[in-house]
Design a binder for this molecule. Structure first.
Ligand code: SAM
Length: 218
């Protein structure tokens, strides 16, 4: 079945303006900006709300969850330093917008969502758009051990701490990007795995994510 939505001039124009706005806000990675310029974010919205799709805001996607703000997606993706062929674990598939950005950058993406309704919707929508990650349903706070190790791990929900189990699933030289804090705000944290038990952690800007709910989280 062909995907029912059309990427028309109005949406393409709005997407270009969004890319310009992200540059002004400090996103510098040209490949990330190119990916944002390519993925039709309005496909993740009901047609009634297409006029909201290229605003730099998070938006409800059902089940109490949100599609992340484009700035946040660009910010997290930039921190991952994706190289073509990188094996990336994404925790918190949601509607799959971030997944598409990672795929546009040439990553092989393993993505996990805990909410069955979102999972069921996203495994239908993404392949129709031509995006084919490996989908998983379950608690991503434990990672996905039987697919590890990963070059990069991105967590798109706020965690109380950095789960050790995620660090153990990274390759040496790998990067974890995860928002860490309380239920109201989180700091973006990157962890570079420099040796088997050796990590370099950097704490960056403040964000506001929905909670990471699971055995190694809230
Ligand atoms: N990545 C999405 C995007 O591109 O817009 C946004 C994801 S939304 C901000 C966070 C997602 O994390 C929600 O869909 C939520 O259900 C999911 N989530 C929360 N805890 C989780 C867990 N332990 N494992 C997997 N997914 C989880």
């Amino acid at each position: 079945m062909a995907y029912k939505y059309i990427d028309n001039y109005r949406e393409q124009g709005a997407r270009k303006k969004l890319v310009e706005l992200l540059k002004v806000k400090g996103i510098e990675d040209e490949e990330v900006l190119k990916a944002i310029g390519k993925v039709p974010r309005h496909f993740f919205f009901d047609e009634t709300f297409w006029n909201q799709a290229y605003r730099d805001i998070a938006f409800p996607i059902g089940e109490g969850q949100t599609i992340s703000q484009p700035y946040t997606v660009a910010y997290q993706t930039q921190l991952l330093h994706i190289k073509k062929g990188d094996k990336v674990l994404e925790i918190g598939t949601g509607c799959g917008y971030q997944t598409c950005i990672l795929l546009e950058l040439g990553a092989k993406v393993y993505t996990i969502e805990r909410q069955e309704k979102l999972y069921e919707r996203t495994i239908q929508v993404l392949p129709r758009m031509g995006y084919k990650p490996e989908f998983f349903l379950g608690d991503g706070s434990k990672g996905i051990a039987n697919q590890a190790p990963y070059d990069k791990i991105i967590v798109t929900a706020g965690a109380p701490t950095v789960p050790d189990v995620l660090l153990s699933q990274l390759n040496i030289g790998g990067i974890l990007v995860i928002p860490v804090g309380d239920e109201s705000t989180q700091k973006m944290v990157t962890v570079l795995k420099v040796g088997e038990n050796d990590y370099e952690k950097i704490v960056l800007d403040t964000f506001r994510f929905v909670p990471l709910v699971g055995e190694k989280a809230w």
